[in-house]
Design a protein around this ligand. Structure first.
Ligand SMILES: [Fe+2]
Length: 391
C-alpha cells in the first residue's frame, strides 16, 4: 500500500452555535485576543457580537482589527500585527471568509517575527512560532480553518500578485465551524465559495500528492457538494443543506492541507488579480479544462469522480466513465450559474501568454499536476477557459 503522512493539528468544533466557544478557547492562550475581520459582514450578521460576548464571558479582552479587504495585502497583515503587538495580544482570531482568515494567519506570524512580511512568503520560512490562531469561517469554501496556507497579495509597481505563505506553524490551533454563520450568505458568494470547495476536493483527489485518507475525504466532500449546494441555492435558509456544504468545505480544506492544489488554483490567481473574478469563480472557469487535460493520467479516479458527481456510469468502459466526470463538473457549474468563459472581455493573446509564462515558474503546481504541462498546454487551457476557444 502507498506510504503516506497525514498531519492535522487543528482542534475542530463543528455545529450550530459553536461560535460561542470562542471565549473559552481563546482563554487557553491568554487574556487578550486580536479579532481579525472583514469590512462589515461579520458585524451585520451578528457574528462579531457573538464573538465579543463569548470573549467577555470568558474574561478575554477583545482588540478589533477590522476592514480586511478581499485578497488581503501584505501591508494589511503588517498593520494588524502592529496593533497586536501594541496591545500585547496573545491569540489571533480570524472571523470571516478566506480573506480575514488568511490575514489572521499572517498577522499571527508578524506578531512574533519581524516585518517586512514578504520574507515569509513561500514555504517554511517562518522562524518564531506565531501567536496561536483560532479561525471562524463565515463562508463555506476556503477551508482555511484547517490549512497551513495564507494567500496574500503582494502589491508592486508592475501589478498585484497573489502569493502563498505556507508553513506548518500556521495551522490554526482551533477551528470553530458553525453553519448558522453561513445562513445569510448571498447566493453569488455561496456559489463562488462552494465552487472553491469543489475545486479543492477535485484537485486534491487527482493531485500527485494525493493519498488514501485525503481521497476518502475528497470523494465525500464532492458527493455532499453535488447534493447540497443546489439545495442551498434554491433555499438559502435550509440549515441542514448549509451544514452539509460547510462540512464539505471543511473536508476539502483537510484534503488540500495534505495534498496542495494543482493547476486550477495556480492558473486562477491571475484571473482574480487581473480581471477581478472571485477566487472560486476563477477556479470554476478552469476546472473542467484542467481536468480534461489530466484525464489520460487518471482514468480510474475520474471514473469514480463521475459516479460521485451523480453521473450514470454503469456498463461504461473506464475511459468513457472518466469522460463523464467532466460533464458532471460542467453540469454542476451551470446549475450554480457559473460563467462558462470570459469571451465578452476580449482577452488578448499576449495577456494569456504572459499568464502562462508565469505559471511555468511555479514548479510546485506543475509537479503536483498529474500530467506534465508545457507552456503551450497552459495557453490552450487558458484559451478555452477565457475565450471559449476549442482547438
Ligand atoms: Fe481555493
Amino acid at each position: 500500500m502507498q506510504e503516506f503522512e497525514f498531519y492535522l493539528p487543528t482542534k475542530i468544533y463543528f455545529g450550530e452555535g459553536v461560535i460561542k466557544k470562542a471565549g473559552q478557547e481563546a482563554r487557553r492562550f491568554g487574556q487578550r485576543a486580536l479579532v481579525v475581520t472583514g469590512k462589515s459582514s461579520a458585524k451585520k450578521t451578528g457574528a462579531l457580537q457573538k464573538v465579543e460576548i463569548s470573549l467577555k464571558e470568558a474574561g478575554v479582552e477583545m482588540v478589533l482589527f477590522e476592514g480586511v479587504e478581499p485578497n488581503p495585502s501584505l501591508k494589511t497583515a503588517e498593520s494588524g500585527a502592529e496593533l497586536a503587538k501594541e496591545k500585547r495580544c496573545q491569540v489571533v482570531i480570524g472571523l470571516g471568509g478566506g480573506s480575514p482568515m488568511d490575514a489572521a494567519k499572517a498577522v499571527a506570524v508578524l506578531s512574533t517575527n519581524p516585518a517586512p512580511a514578504d520574507q515569509y512568503l513561500g514555504r517554511n520560512r517562518v522562524k518564531e512560532p506565531p501567536l496561536p490562531i483560532i479561525e471562524i469561517p463565515t463562508t463555506a469554501g476556503t477551508g482555511s480553518e484547517v490549512t497551513p496556507y495564507a494567500v496574500l497579495t503582494e502589491i508592486k509597481k508592475e501589478g498585484s500578485r497573489k502569493k502563498i505563505l505556507t508553513d506548518h506553524l500556521i495551522f490554526p490551533k482551533v477551528a470553530l465551524v458553525d453553519p448558522e454563520l453561513t445562513l445569510s450568505l448571498p447566493g453569488s458568494i455561496t456559489a463562488d465559495t462552494g465552487v472553491d470547495a469543489l475545486s479543492h476536493a477535485i484537485e486534491g483527489y487527482i493531485a500527485n500528492n494525493s493519498q488514501p485518507i485525503s481521497d476518502l475525504l475528497a470523494l465525500k466532500a464532492i458527493k455532499l457538494l453535488v447534493h447540497h449546494l443546489p439545495k442551498v441555492m434554491d433555499n438559502p435558509e435550509d440549515i441542514k443543506a448549509r451544514s452539509y456544504v460547510l462540512y464539505a468545505s471543511l473536508l476539502a480544506g483537510m484534503v488540500i492541507a495534505q495534498t496542495g492544489t494543482i493547476l486550477v488554483h495556480g492558473m486562477g490567481y491571475r484571473i482574480t488579480s487581473d480581471f477581478g473574478l472571485p477566487h472560486g469563480r476563477a477556479n470554476g472557469l478552469l476546472l473542467p479544462w484542467v481536468c480534461e487535460f489530466n484525464l489520460t493520467e487518471r482514468y480510474d479516479k475520474f471514473a469514480l469522480l463521475a459516479e460521485s458527481l451523480g453521473e450514470e456510469v454503469k456498463n461504461l468502459s473506464k475511459e468513457e466513465a472518466a469522460k463523464k466526470a467532466i460533464r458532471g463538473i460542467q453540469r454542476l457549474l451551470r446549475e450554480l450559474g457559473m460563467p462558462e468563459n470570459l469571451k465578452d472581455r476580449k482577452i488578448k493573446e499576449e495577456t494569456i501568454r504572459e499568464f502562462a509564462e508565469e505559471i511555468m515558474q511555479d514548479e510546485r503546481k506543475l509537479a503536483n499536476n498529474p500530467r506534465r504541462a508545457t507552456l503551450e498546454d497552459i495557453i490552450k487551457i487558458y484559451k478555452r477557459a477565457l475565450r471559449g476557444e476549442i482547438s
